[in-house]
Design a protein around this ligand. Structure first.
Ligand code: IPE
Ligand code: IPE
Ligand code: MG
Length: 239
């Protein structure tokens, strides 16, 4: 019996977040340039999106590019941005066919204009879809997101729109980029690193953490199903 058949579809995590790591090492292992790993990482993204749609997962949030990643060599950054534009362009039809709504979180103003335009177009086109919400964390930093929320709240207090004593966790969450989605119940990181790398720090307070040594370009829907099954076993112990 495959992993998929063992999954209890009534107890799926509503929101799965993934730190897609290991593209560079995967390419290096094959004697290729890092960008070759990023290109192959896109194949994994496609498979994981399809696997999520197949199961009926409601939210999938992928760590695609961190603010720290801007410090990588210029050529790699440029190649990733190009890849992003071409991938979104290619995938839009598949998103429409699969009822996937594209979303993005992060400091999107930092993106090259071409990338921002293409992304906004895809978000607008897919906004009519009601299935999986696929969120790309792009130029994303969780600490920045938290500081940004604090600033927004402070501004509301200054303007007299909000009283200081009314600030609570709910108000805070409403000012995060993720205000319109539930918190992830499952966080997956590939490539054998046991780090969170500034990802969804507030939101993963209660998430089950799943680490796998597989490098991202080798990660496929069977691996996702295995992670979900592991999550369900852990939740059953707690219940
Ligand atoms: C993850 O793979 C993709 C991005 C951060 C864009 P890496 O590029 O970090 O690959 P490794 O971790 O160096 O192998
Ligand atoms: C985290 O991976 C960011 C993404 C997957 C986009 P990194 O490879 O950039 O993180 P570190 O350097 O291992 O913390
Ligand atoms: Mg890495």
């Amino acid at each position: 019996m495959g992993y998929k058949d063992q999954i209890d579809l009534t107890k799926l995590p509503q929101h799965i977040a993934i730190i897609m790591d290991g593209n560079g090492r995967w390419a290096k292992g094959k004697g290729k340039l890092r960008i070759f790993g990023h290109h192959n990482g896109v194949i994994s993204v496609r498979d994981i999106v399809e696997g999520s749609v197949e199961l009926g997962v409601k939210y999938l949030t992928l760590y695609t590019f961190s603010t720290e990643n801007w410090n990588r060599p210029k050529l790699e950054v440029m190649a990733i941005m190009e890849l992003l534009v071409s991938t979104i362009d290619k995938e839009i039809n598949t998103f429409m066919e699969n009822n996937v709504r594209l979303n993005a979180i992060g400091d999107l103003a930092m993106l090259p204009p071409k990338c921002y335009v293409e992304l906004s177009r895809a978000i607008k086109t897919t906004s009519v879809n009601t299935g999986l919400v696929l969120t790309l964390a792009l130029s994303y930093s969780s600490r920045k997101e938290i500081v940004n929320a604090a600033k927004q709240i402070a501004a509301k207090v200054c303007k007299g729109e909000l009283k200081m004593e009314d600030i609570d966790e709910e108000v805070f969450e409403n000012n995060l980029y993720t205000h319109d989605m539930p918190n992830p119940e499952l966080l997956i990181r590939t490539s054998g690193e046991f780090r969170i790398s500034n990802y969804l720090l507030w939101q993963i307070a209660y998430a089950e953490l799943y680490f796998t040594p597989k490098l991202w370009p080798d990660f496929r829907r069977e691996d996702l199903f295995e992670a979900i099954l592991d999550y369900q076993k852990e939740s059953a112990v707690l219940a």
